[in-house]
Design a protein around this ligand. Sequence first.
Ligand SMILES: [Cu+2]
Length: 430
Amino acid sequence: MSSSQNLRRSGLALLTALVLSACASDAELDTRADLAGPEAQQIESFMNVMLWISYVVFAIVMGITLYAWKNFRIRTYDYEEGDWPEQIHGNDKLEYTWTAVPAIVLAIIAVFTVSLHQKLNDQDTNPITVEVAGEAVSWEPQIVVVGHQWWWEFQYHFGDTDIDQERIENLPVADITTATQMVIPKGQEIELEVTSRDVIHSFWIPSLNGKRDAVPGRQSAPWKIEAEEAGVYFGQCTEFCGLSHSRMRMQVVALEPADFQTWVTAQMEPASLSAEDLAYVDSLVAGDSVQAENVVQTGISTFRSKCSSCHLMEGVNDDEWSAEVVAEQLVAGAAPDLTHFASRTTFAGGILNVWDPETGDFNTNHLAQWLRNPESLKANFAKPATDGDNRMRGMPNLGLTTEEVDGLVALLQATSPKPSDTLIAETGVE
Ligand SMILES: [Cu+2]
């Protein structure tokens, strides 16, 4: 094979690979498939208008080019000076036309753009009645979304209708705080107050709506989200935010209204700490209930002494933990609320399973490894500052003993009953 043939073939192979790489089937972050929110559908219709305009422009430009090529090219190489077609310079009619036509096209696009922009920024929420601590509360559905290096936090404030989230430190303590998984009732527009604790992040659930940047110390215009059907919708931070940016994922879990209420009721409780269904502890202590109790107790005392500087687990360390201490300890300022850790299905920015999607068992292996050495699973900067500049990010390796790790794993599993098998299966990560 000649070298030019070789070159052509490898060129073709490269092109094919590039084209094929664009067609992942069943891609969670596909912006044009399975659009489940009215906002995403509006964006899609707008995209279609734009695409059709581009098709027409493309066809006209290509048509003129081909026409000119066919009719005006020089067909022989032995042409004489005088064989050139007539040369012109300056043509008012043409110049006005090629200025006016694009201007009109842009004006049409602008009309659609501005009207869509308006629609996406309109807030049209309806109050939802939620039962909070036995009382019916009318909640203007609103969730505070906080980007952290490198995970998302979601806060539900049922009592407050107007939240000043300009300074995230000033937020009142939320009724529910969760990480990575945002739970919403289906068929309701939910207002999102998107902000950040540290650097700029961007919140994006492609099948529900476009992006909104999370900017520290700034109140961006509220964003919104609505899922027409119950289901799980995936997202990923879309503003480069440092080392583990690619490991900063999130999911929206849309539930039937009754299931949403069940979720709220459970989340409002302190950690359940029920020793039932602790298959993991049973496997450690061979069915010895006194020993099992001890394992969970070890977990509780370890948690209180070694985790309280960063994590809250209501019902376990409320007295040890304080938001002010945490703000001092960490530049990032916070760590996930672990009160209902086991009610979630993924952790560490959605890169690891809390529950194994194949077996449905608690994912002891990854959790234990996370506690022993978080950095082995997710890159971070969680080392004590050496130069006085505390840039600590992420969870540090605390040098825990095997007993402490076993106790903590048991404790974390005991925080909540197991979530539904469907949710575990749908959110499972490789
Ligand atoms: Cu980010």
